[in-house]
Structure formats: structure tokens, C-alpha cells
Ligand binder design. Structure first.
Ligand SMILES: Nc1nc2c(ncn2[C@@H]2O[C@H](COP(=O)(O)OP(=O)(O)OP(=O)(O)O)[C@@H](O)[C@H]2O)c(=O)[nH]1
Ligand SMILES: [Mg+2]
Ligand SMILES: [Zn+2]
Length: 313
């Protein structure tokens, strides 16, 4: 019906940011280079990048084939990271995520449950479903696996999906592919665990497109983004990120932390104090569960370590 396409308002997703320009893709897979409309104002002083990878936006087409972003739709969630170059506030690493794929390796480097738990807490706090990927499973022949399987089963009992993968065994990637089809997923996890390798094995055509990500982390300006969404051949998007040790936990009070440990949710309702931190308080429902063995010691240890790091912030 519209006779003048230049005033048509369309919607798209931001898949990449390079300073003033954004790459956006619409539902018909048309890609545009886009800029923010001049008079667009940033409402939040806390967030240093106004548009993030993953954002859904409304745009107009310009006559030269580029696009102008006129509105950012509400984000359903986002993962933050501290702003770089000593700036205050935080940047949005990526937004509107269905799954955070928390990748660790069973060896080389050996995972630490403390790291996994920090990632899980961050995801819980930011409203993103975390998926645990224990990678390099081909190396399990060389190492004892009892403890690894114990951890894996425990995370499953807590309600998390856990995948055992190896890039050398393509069949181990199939369940993961089924899960992420038509979803927006992001790999997070420490360096060297195999995030980029997994991505390349999930879709070999992505290899070239990810190369430009490496080396970003410490260079570039604060406007450089750290993630790019790659359209998957079977639908959906996947983003790689360079090794991230952890996400800062912003605006979380110590008494709130137990909300992000699924096994503490019920126990904390029996604490004497509503702001109980479950460390030293009397009549604590969570400590009772720890004492009776219903909360795993390794999980409670992670809890205590995270509480301590909150105090430092
Ligand atoms: N044996 C084995 N090696 C793997 C597997 N996955 C990845 N690797 C190797 O692990 C090393 C690191 O892999 P990357 O994919 O670069 O790791 P990354 O998580 O992307 O690391 P950063 O980009 O630094 O965050 C490479 O030498 C890979 O070949 C696996 O399933 N089994
Ligand atoms: Mg990588
Ligand atoms: Zn308590």
C-alpha cells in the first residue's frame, strides 16, 4: 500500500556495532548499515553504549541504501560488562538472549565449579537461561571423571541443562544444535575452553566471520563491541565472545544473592531475618540445609566466595 518506501518504518535486530555504525538485519534477512537518528538521546547515564548487539530496533531506509535507527525496543534482558577505559557504569555486551552457553572444559584448562557458579549466578540475576557445556570430552580417557560426572549430575538436579561435547565427536554437538535452533544464544566462558572451536564446528561457514572478533578485547575504543551475532543456517543467532573471567554483579545486595541459587530459594524463607546472608546469622534456613547435606558443600563454598566479592565492590 505504501507508495513512499522512505517513510516506511521497519523492524530489525542489531547484529554488530562498530562505533557510529550498526549492522542490522530484518526478518527477511536484508542487512543494512545503520546510524542512530541525530536527535536520539540516551536515557541512561549508567549504560555507556546506547545500542547493543541483540537490540531490536525500528528503522527507516535512506535513499542511499543505508538505514536510520529511530527507536530501540525494550530489552527483555542483557549481559553487562564493566565499561572500559576507566569510565563509570557498564556496557551492554549483548541483549535479548535466549540462552547463555556457559562453556568450560573438563581439562586443558580444567574447569572450576566456582567459575561455573559465578556465571550461573550472573545469568540468573540478569534473567537469562544458562546452559552448561562441559567441552573437550574426548580427553576424558586420560583423566579421572568421577568428580566431573558428579558435578554434571548435580547441576542437572538443580535444573540446569548440561551438555558433554567434543569438537572431535560431531554427534555430541547435535543436541546442542537442536536446542539453539531459532534462538539467540551467546557463548561465554574462560579463555581456551573451545568456544570459537564449537562455533566453527556448529557451522563451518561461520569461521571466517568470527576471525575479526579475536584481538578486540583490549584494543579499540569504548565503542567497540565485544560480540557479534552470527545468523545460523538453521535459524537463530549465535555470538562468540572472547574469554571472560566473570561478569560483575551490579546492584546485587548480599542478602539477595541466595535468590540466584535455586537450592536456597526454599530454605531462605525459613530464616529468622529477612535480610539474612546465610553466613553467620542464627536460625538460618539455608545453613540448616547445608548442615544436613541437602545443599552441596561446593555450591555453598561458591556462595560464600561470591558474597565476599560483593563486599569489595
Ligand atoms: N581435545 C579438544 N580440544 C579442543 C576442543 N575444543 C577446542 N579445543 C582446543 O582448545 C583450544 C582453544 O580453543 P578456542 O576455541 O580457541 O577457545 P576459546 O574458548 O574460543 O578461547 P578464547 O577465544 O581465548 O576465549 C584450541 O587449541 C582448540 O583446538 C575439544 O572438544 N577437544
Ligand atoms: Mg575464542
Ligand atoms: Zn539465612
Amino acid at each position: 500500500m505504501s507508495s513512499n518506501s522512505s517513510i516506511e518504518i521497519l523492524s530489525a535486530r542489531v547484529i554488530r556495532s562498530t562505533g557510529a555504525w550498526y549492522e542490522i538485519i530484518d526478518s527477511n534477512q536484508n542487512q543494512y548499515s545503520a546510524r542512530l537518528r541525530g536527535k536520539f538521546r540516551q536515557d541512561s547515564k549508567e549504560i555507556t553504549n546506547p545500542i547493543a548487539v541483540g537490540d531490536e530496533v525500528l528503522f527507516e531506509r535512506n535513499e542511499d541504501g543505508t538505514a536510520q535507527i529511530i527507536e530501540i525496543l525494550d530489552r527483555k534482558n542483557f549481559l553487562p560488562r564493566k565499561a572500559t577505559h576507566g569510565r563509570r557504569g557498564h556496557q551492554i555486551l549483548i541483549s535479548n538472549i535466549d540462552y547463555a552457553l556457559v562453556v568450560v572444559s573438563i581439562t586443558q584448562p580444567q574447569y572450576k565449579t566456582g567459575f561455573i557458579d559465578r556465571f550461573l549466578v550472573s545469568c540468573e540475576a540478569y534473567g537469562i537461561e544458562p546452559i552448561i557445556i562441559l567441552n573437550k570430552w574426548d580427553l576424558s580417557e586420560d583423566i579421572p571423571t568421577d568428580e566431573i560426572i558428579y558435578h554434571s549430575n548435580h547441576y542437572k538436579r538443580l535444573g540446569y541443562k548440561v551438555f558433554h561435547t567434543s569438537i572431535l565427536k560431531p554427534e555430541t554437538l547435535e543436541p546442542l544444535v537442536t536446542l539453539i535452533a531459532n534462538k539467540v544464544s551467546v557463548f561465554i566462558g574462560p579463555s581456551g575452553v573451545g568456544k570459537t572451536s564449537l562455533l566453527n564446528h556448529i557451522d563451518p561457514t561461520l569461521e571466517e566471520k568470527t576471525n575479526e572478533i579475536s584481538g578486540y578485547s583490549n584494543k579499540g575504543k569504548h565503542t567497540t563491541t565485544f560480540a557479534k551475532l552470527l545468523p545460523l543456517p538453521f535459524g537463530g543467532y549465535l555470538a562468540d565472545t572472547p574469554g571472560i573471567r566473570e561478569f560483575g554483579l551490579y546492584n546485587i545486595e548480599d542478602w539477595e544473592l541466595s535468590l540466584y541459587f535455586p537450592e536456597m530459594i526454599e530454605g531462605r524463607t525459613h530464616c529468622k531475618f529477612s535480610t539474612c546472608t546465610h553466613i553467620h546469622e542464627p536460625s538460618c534456613g539455608v545453613i540448616e540445609l547445608v548442615d544436613s547435606g541437602l545443599i552441596e558443600p561446593f555450591r555453598y563454598l561458591s556462595y560464600m566466595n561470591i558474597i565476599e566479592s560483593l563486599v569489595d565492590q
